[in-house]
Design a protein around this ligand. Structure first.
Ligand SMILES: C[S@@+](CC[C@H](N)C(=O)[O-])C[C@H]1O[C@@H](n2cnc3c(N)ncnc32)[C@H](O)[C@@H]1O
Length: 189
């Protein structure tokens, strides 16, 4: 994987002394950077396909002295199927993923049953899966898929500490009066 902060290929090395949170499709990273500043003792992984967005977040980290985020340009599927060990995350966020609203593009959606199931395996017992979207049909699909997994139990309290932090897309939607629905699940087995 390419770590975009130092431009080097490296194996993913995770700290085993602190909690790890993952932001999939972090984009320009307003959410991730605020989260990392709020929890300086945690370690954060941000990934996205688009290098331009990651570069903006990289600059922000440098400007604001944020040192507990590691950024990767990688497809989320590759990360969760190849690179990430099971049960290593305390919280995983997939916020405002591309909604692919047209029927003919639905297959491009990230949050399928299989993706959610594989991602849940990467979260520790008692940890949190946090999903959000502005697109109601997508929300219904993702909550339907997550609801069928016996290892996940809905628990909104898992977002109490971060309910004030908005993503870049969410802030844009708020200006247009568009609601983003969030949902959190606890990993229970
Ligand atoms: C609509 S944007 C949302 C960005 C950010 N989460 C926010 O809410 O501001 C979706 C992001 O997911 C990224 N993305 C889409 N598919 C991805 C994949 N398979 N792996 C990693 N990132 C992906 C896109 O490049 C894009 O930056």
């Amino acid at each position: 994987m390419i770590n975009i902060l130092n431009g080097e290929y490296k194996l993913l090395e995770l700290p085993n002394t602190c909690e790890i949170e993952l932001d999939i499709g972090c984009g320009k990273g307003s959410f991730l950077s605020q989260l990392a500043k709020r929890y300086p003792d945690k370690y954060f992984l941000g990934l996205d396909l688009l290098i331009g967005r990651l570069r903006k977040l990289e600059k922000r980290c440098q400007k604001e002295g944020i040192e507990n985020i590691e950024l990767f340009q990688i497809d989320a599927w590759n990360l969760i199927t190849i690179a990430l060990p099971d049960e290593c995350l305390s919280r995983a966020h997939v916020l405002c993923p591309d909604p692919w609203p047209k029927n003919k593009h639905r297959a491009n959606r990230l949050l399928t049953s299989e993706f959610i199931s594989r991602l849940a395996c990467k979260i520790k017992l008692g940890g949190c899966l946090h999903l959000a979207t502005d697109n109601l049909p997508y929300y219904e699909k993702m909550t339907d898929a997550a609801g069928q997994l016996s290892c996940l139990k809905e628990d909104a309290s898992l977002l109490d500490d971060i309910s004030d932090i908005k993503t870049d897309f969410e802030a844009g939607f708020a200006e247009q009066g568009i609601k983003v629905r969030h949902i959190a699940y606890k990993v229970v087995c």
